[in-house]
Design a binder for this molecule. Sequence first.
Ligand code: AMP
Length: 285
Amino acid sequence: MKLIRSIQALRREISRLRKNGKTIGFVPTMGALHEGHLSLIRRARRDTDQVVVSIFVNPTQFNQKKDLLGYPRRLRSDSVLCQKAGTAILFVPDARSIYPENFQTHVAVEQLGRRWEGQFRPGHFQGVATVVTKLFNLVEPTIAYFGQKDAQQARIIQQLAEDLNFDIRVKVLPTIREKSGLAMSSRNKRLSEKQKTGALVLVNALREAGRLVQLNEVRSSVILARVNRLIRSAGQVRSEYSAIVDPATLEPVSRVRTTALVLLAAWVGSVRLIDCGFIHTKRKN
Ligand code: AMP
């Protein structure tokens, strides 16, 4: 595995790979890697000839300085994990090379970025869309991999790739969870054991929503009332939003037809967590 820090060196490697006709799988991350990230890398390894992983804690997607400063950074163990998972190139640029002094161009995916995370984290998706656009230009991947856990982000990237004519397949892979059901997240490292137990109410709420539609309750208002009551009952968790949306548009639906997506965001102490899950109506035969 090659650890590359400069854009110039990355470009040289990428053009060599492309000249040799290699397909490139790309997994952009912010590091503090866990099984969620590794599942993307392993899948990329299976699908493509060479895997590029980036680790960049992107300052422009943090709307709170404290969150940026407190974000876990562990390059040494991350690079061991990347190597074991079959990464060919680990790209770790610094903020100055990604955002030089005179940087002034931004990418915004308008409709999909407006609600949910976009509303509660102003500027977040513009930061994400801009850095992913830059990374797509630098890595020139054949396939790029994203996690369903960040459902809105994944939809935004798909839209961005289509709108900006990137010749890149965007694959979205399922959320990896702890045995307990808690969605894996680099931010979980900042939770105490007690908070982790409290945070399980999020996955329980998703399961409850799934159970209700299976019982033919398809009214979003009723399902959300139940979800919110459940989250409130866990003392240490404060819901920020909960929504039932169309998986393509991410607009709220009043009734669940076939498949909908439940989106949750909540604070556990000073840590903000998101989770989501598909819910399906009973299939009519
Ligand atoms: P991050 O390092 O949090 O920016 O995440 C990098 C990529 O890993 C994104 O595409 C995330 O959606 C994905 N990811 C993060 N957590 C998980 C998880 N628990 N399961 C699957 N993918 C994940």
